[in-house]
Design a binder for this molecule. Structure first.
Ligand SMILES: Nc1ncnc2c1ncn2[C@@H]1O[C@H](COP(=O)(O)OP(=O)(O)OP(=O)(O)O)[C@@H](O)[C@H]1O
Ligand SMILES: [Mg+2]
Length: 391
């Protein structure tokens, strides 16, 4: 695991370099101590104690003892009240958004691989003692990658809520829009502030840094900014979780990408995930929610969660405004243009099978001939009967 130790990984070099590395680390310790970055100092000492265990057990024990005696950190809320939130020097606008107790509009539906990784991030932190007992640290930094509207920001909020910590969000796209020369110091201000309190920090829209690349005049500034970011990620203490989110992982500097200890890939919802998401949104509003969820998930295949959420709530709003049946408006969501031939057939069969519409209407909507629908239905029934017989 990469850590706050600037020279981690250099222990195996020849003696003169080793001496140099030790003095480097001492200078680093002096720098973070003089800057009052107590979180970093603690993280540094934790690592020293861990590494010294085999070569200098007495030193390791003394440092661990000191860490145990160290006063516990003040609560995030008290600390926030004492230290004002960082602001941009020019505009005096606050640099980040603070959600003390993150709230979600609804429970997220995560793809199984995503869910597993997110739960692991949370479990590691809630059970960090078990990890530290065997000289391991919880994951410090995670990169959330995926197209727009798949729940990256929502997942960061979910993680913070599960950990019972405030979520601090720095929107890099917003910060970068101000004077670029100021971005590095703003970034440092936010990260230094966030290190000092128990929180989850989200660096949202991380690719904003990469996107500015096109501008030749700014290349020098951007290089400096990337260096600041890399240094900040390396110095991030294991007591807090740093999450960064991006739509364009391919634009990120490989040096930044490499620094994240975990990468969570958020895919567009597949049919099954979309179906459970739509079902959750409709369950309390129509008695045939399950049928609609199936049909809508086929018709809106390949769309993001935010598209699905927007379309379903549009149908609900329309039905409420006009005092009409929700089913009528849900059927307006069933478009087949853009679907593959197989998906159009699946949709037609599903619509007829679930009694949502007649084969004639399904043909009008999907262009799938009634004969094809009938044949597919028959084939599906034969498959089902065969499965039952085997079962
Ligand atoms: N997995 C999910 N489960 C439930 N709702 C979701 C999920 N993902 C997204 N949504 C809905 O879509 C909205 C937008 O999601 P979010 O902002 O988290 O997406 P994002 O991946 O961060 O997108 P962007 O890259 O544009 O910032 C959420 O507020 C929520 O309503
Ligand atoms: Mg987002």
């Amino acid at each position: 695991m990469r850590g706050c130790f600037p020279n981690e990984g250099r222990e195996n070099v020849a003696t003169p370099d080793k001496k140099f590395s030790v003095s480097d680390e001492f200078v680093h310790l002096a720098r973070i101590a003089l800057a009052g970055r107590s979180q970093d100092v603690q993280a540094f000492l934790q690592r020293t104690a861990r590494r010294a265990k085999s070569v200098a057990p007495d030193l390791s024990e003394s440092v661990s003892g000191l860490l145990k005696e160290a006063p516990t950190r003040s609560s995030p809320l008290r600390r926030q009240a004492e230290v004002p939130l960082p602001v941009d020097m020019d505009s005096r606008l606050q640099l980040m958004r603070v959600e003390e107790r993150p709230v979600l509009d609804w429970e997220p539906v995560f793809f199984p691989t995503v869910s597993k990784q997110l739960h692991a991030l949370v479990d590691e932190r809630l059970n960090s003692d078990a990890l530290r007992a065997v000289s391991l640290e919880p994951t410090r930094t995670a990169l959330f990658v995926g197209p727009p509207g798949v729940g990256k920001t929502m997942a960061a909020r979910w993680v913070a809520r599960e950990l019972g910590r405030p979520l601090l969000t720095l929107d890099l796209a917003a910060v970068m829009s101000s004077y670029l020369g100021r971005t590095g110091s703003n970034l440092r201000l936010v990260l230094d502030y966030a290190k000092g309190i128990d929180c989850v920090l989200l660096l949202d829209e991380l690719d904003a840094i990469a996107k500015r690349r096109d501008d030749r005049e700014e290349i020098g500034e951007l290089k400096r900014l990337v260096t600041v970011l890399i240094q900040q990620i390396d110095d991030w203490p294991s007591s807090n979780l740093l999450i960064a989110a991006t739509n364009h992982a391919e634009l990120l500097d490989p040096a930044i990408w490499r620094r994240f200890e975990a990468v969570v890939d958020f895919p567009l919802p597949d049919r099954r995930t979309a179906e459970s998401f739509v079902l959750q949104s409709l369950r309390d509003h129509t008695s045939s929610a399950a049928q609609w969820a199936r049909a809508v998930s086929i018709a809106l295949e390949g769309r993001s969660f935010s598209d699905l959420a927007r379309d379903v709530s549009f149908a609900r709003r329309q039905a409420a405004l006009r005092g009409e049946d929700l089913d009528t408006h849900l059927s307006n969501l069933l478009r087949s243009d853009g679907l593959s031939k197989q998906s159009r057939i699946d949709l037609a069969v599903e619509l007829v099978d679930q009694g949502i519409m007649s084969a004639r209407k399904a043909k009008e909507l999907t262009g799938v001939a009634r004969d094809t629908i009938r044949t597919r239905k028959r084939a599906a029934r034969i498959d089902e009967a065969a499965e039952e017989a085997v079962g």
